[in-house]
Design a protein around this ligand. Structure first.
Ligand code: ADP
Ligand code: MG
Length: 251
């Protein structure tokens, strides 16, 4: 699904990502962990096409197609979804209307008609039921006065509705409380399928108790320095990152 080779990226002429190789297959969930400032959010931004970041070298393919030259909207239309650590408030636009617009923009970009209202409504009902989201929530103004948990619920609902091929959830700085953690984990687990791939960025090992990743990668100073399974996350929780630094030094 996602294929990253020797990816280098910089921001304001400072090299941040220094040769990332990462392949995520269809149906897989991978986690990226790493100390603050190691480049985790930068990686998410570069995949999503955030224009503050410049990809200076390497390959970035989604389903075999080079997406590195596409702008963020085009990548979204190709099925890349990035959760927002700091979502914007849009007074007067409801959770549902926002997502309807997003879906129809994608369809338009793909040369399709708008989704018929009845089909849209059915889909909203199905996804809301799946994620246990009540109707009152769907009519609220986007992010206005949302709690941390409600912001997460909104993101996960957007993800469920848009059915991205690649969902990137950057949870690093969002201070997930237990409620928000469950919402994210529950959403990801219910939406995992053979048609999508998920990249979860977190420094909360706890999240990975609920979302069991196929692989865990440790990012340090712009490079993936170690890859393992879910047990690696447990080891990091217990021992921190210093032992990996030592390993890298002596390698
Ligand atoms: P992480 O998410 O792992 O904590 P980031 O990707 O946010 O790390 O940051 C990696 C490095 O890139 C840091 O040194 C940070 O200061 C720098 N950086 C990230 N975004 C920007 C930006 N927009 N402008 C300047 N420096 C940035
Ligand atoms: Mg970050």
């Amino acid at each position: 699904m996602l294929q990253i080779e020797n990816l280098h990226a910089s921001v304001e002429d400072k090299d941040i990502l220094k040769g990332i190789d990462l392949q995520i297959g269809a149906g897989e969930v991978h986690a990226i962990m790493g100390p603050n400032g190691s480049g985790k959010s930068t990686l998410a931004s570069v995949i999503a096409g955030n224009e503050d970041y410049e990809m200076t070298e390497g390959n970035l393919l989604l389903e075999g197609e080079d997406i590195s030259e596409l702008d963020p909207e085009e990548r979204a239309h190709h099925g890349v979804f990035l959760s927002f650590q700091y979502p914007v408030e849009i007074p007067g636009v409801s959770v549902t209307n926002f997502v309807k617009t997003a879906i129809n923009e994608t369809r338009k970009a793909q040369g399709m008609e708008e989704m018929p209202a009845a089909e849209m409504l059915k889909k909203i009902r199905e996804k809301a039921a799946l994620l246990e989201i009540d109707r009152k929530f769907l009519s609220r103004s986007l992010n206005e006065g949302f709690s941390g948990g409600e912001k997460k619920r909104n993101e996960i609902f957007q993800m469920a509705m848009l059915e991205p091929k690649l969902a990137i959830l950057d949870e690093t700085d969002s201070g997930l409380d237990i409620d928000a953690l469950r919402i994210v984990a529950n959403g990801v687990n219910k939406l995992r399928s053979e048609n999508n791939a998920v990249l979860v960025i977190t420094h909360y090992q706890r999240l990975l108790d609920y979302i069991v990743p196929d692989k865990v990668h440790v990012l340090m100073d712009g490079k993936i320095v170690k890859t393992g399974d879910k047990d690696l996350a447990l080891k990091l929780e217990e021992k921190g990152y210093d032992w990996i630094k030592e390993e890298v030094k002596t390698a």
